[in-house]
Each structure stands twice: as C-alpha cells, then as structure tokens.
Design a protein around this ligand. Structure first.
Ligand SMILES: [Zn+2]
Length: 254
C-alpha cells in the first residue's frame, strides 16, 4: 500500500524525543511521503531541519497559520516570499481563517489569507487551507477570484453542500482521523463526492483516529483512515490508497 500523509506536523517539539521511530513506523505502514505545513516564522527552522534530515521523504510548505496572524501585514512577512523563491517548498500552507479561538483579528486573518491566495496564484503553488468555523466565509472569498488557486481544505469540517462548493471551486478535501469518530458526517460526504476529490492526512500530533483518539497522532495512522474509508465504501484499502495518493501527487506535483 502506498499512502501520503498530506498534512503532518512531525517537526514540532511533540516528536523531538522519537522522531526517527515515528518515521520508521510511517515507512512500515506504507507511507511513501510526508507533507509538512508550516505554522509561522518561529517554526521554519525546525521544519527545514526535519526536511533536510529526511530529504525526499519529508517535504515542506511555507505560509502563515491563521491563529498566528495577530498584527501581521504582508510587509511584515518577507520570509514567506523569500522562502517561496528558494524553490524548496511544495505548497503555501497552512493558511486560512480560524474564528473558533479568537475573533479579535478576523479582518487581519482575512487580509493575510487573501495575500497568501495571491502568492499561490502568482507562484503556481497549491494552497493548504485551515478552516475553523469559517468554511462558508473561505468559500465566499475563493469564489471572488477569477484566477483561482488550486489546493485543499485540510481537515474538512463543513457540510455536504460546502464540500460540493469547494470541489466546484477546484479544491480537494483533506480527511483524517475525524473520519473514524462516531458523530462525524465525513463518511457520508466521501460517499457523496467520491474518492477522486479526497486527500488523506493526519494533522499529527492532533486528531488521532480511533482507536488512538485522545493520544498523540502520527503519520503511520494515515493507514487507519484509509482502512476505515475502505470499509465504509466497500473497497480494498489499497484502492483507497491508490486513488488518494494519485490525487496528492497530482495536486502537489510530487
Ligand atoms: Zn495543521
């Protein structure tokens, strides 16, 4: 089975004690690539360090996460464009809008999201979007662009109607451990839209799938999501892996 974890934060401190074993377990579970979204300027060095320790296996993105926007303006973020110009990043991420934790910087979050959409279009890099209580707003913003970026709504948490809207706008849906939670609507959404629009991810160290719910998540658990999805759709896990891995290779040009 060949899987790609399209969203994993294994460069964070949570994995400092055992990162090599985590990566070994990922390889044993059939993970052929790990994609690492950035958080903010303070995480870039760790991200680059991890990418350079596992070249060709841990690939990185660059961008500013909405919960780190604070007072940022485009001119206070030269490190993003400078990073893009090094050519070592496969995507702009993670970016987006998060209205769950704090609405203080809502307009600032929107401005910085739009700035990073512009970068995605200008440099032809896919956009990895974080949305929390903001999926409708994010889709409204994306709909205003004539020249639309391509990308993924990571950890998709909207309705089926929003899923269809996202797909119509050219976006994929990133699905992880939440798929295995009893109250999740994701199984119905995946059945409705089809695997050709789905990427697998963990969002490690967060959102572990059953039976590890509540514990630290890790890339190897991508396999549990693939197996749960396959069981729901009446397919072999290899078929889910094949389609979603091809989707990821196409979107990220990897
Ligand atoms: Zn993330």
């Amino acid at each position: 089975m060949f899987l790609i974890d399209t969203h994993t934060h294994i460069y964070l401190e949570d994995f400092d004690a055992d990162r090599s074993s985590v990566i070994l377990r990922a390889k044993e579970a059939g993970l052929e690539l790990l994609l690492m979204p950035n958080v903010d300027e303070s995480t870039i060095d760790r991200l680059n360090q991890t990418a350079s320790e596992w070249p060709g296996y841990c690939l990185s993105m660059i961008g500013l996460h909405p919960t780190s926007v604070n007072e940022a303006t485009p001119s206070s973020l030269p490190w993003i464009v400078e990073g893009i110009q090094t050519g070592r990043y496969v995507a702009i991420g993670e970016v987006g809008i998060d209205l769950y934790w704090d609405k203080t910087y809502q307009q600032r979050q929107i401005d910085i999201f739009c700035y990073q959409i512009d970068l995605s279009v200008e440099f032809g890099l896919p956009l990895v979007v974080h949305s929390r209580e903001a999926t409708g707003l994010i889709l409204d913003i994306l709909a205003t662009y004539n020249n639309k970026p391509k990308g993924v709504l990571h950890c998709f948490s909207g309705t089926e109607a929003e899923a269809r809207r996202a797909i119509d706008l050219g976006f994929m849906l990133g699905i992880g451990g939440v798929f295995t939670y009893r109250k999740s609507n994701l199984a119905d959404i995946v059945t409705a839209v089809g695997l050709q629009h789905i990427l697998l991810e963990t969002d490690a160290p967060y959102l572990s799938p059953v039976p590890h719910r509540g514990q630290r998540n890790e890339p190897a658990y991508t396999r549990l999501v693939a197996e749960a999805m396959a069981a729901h759709l009446g397919l072999m896990a290899e078929e889910v892996a094949g389609i979603t891995t091809a989707n990821a290779r196409k979107l990220f040009s990897i």
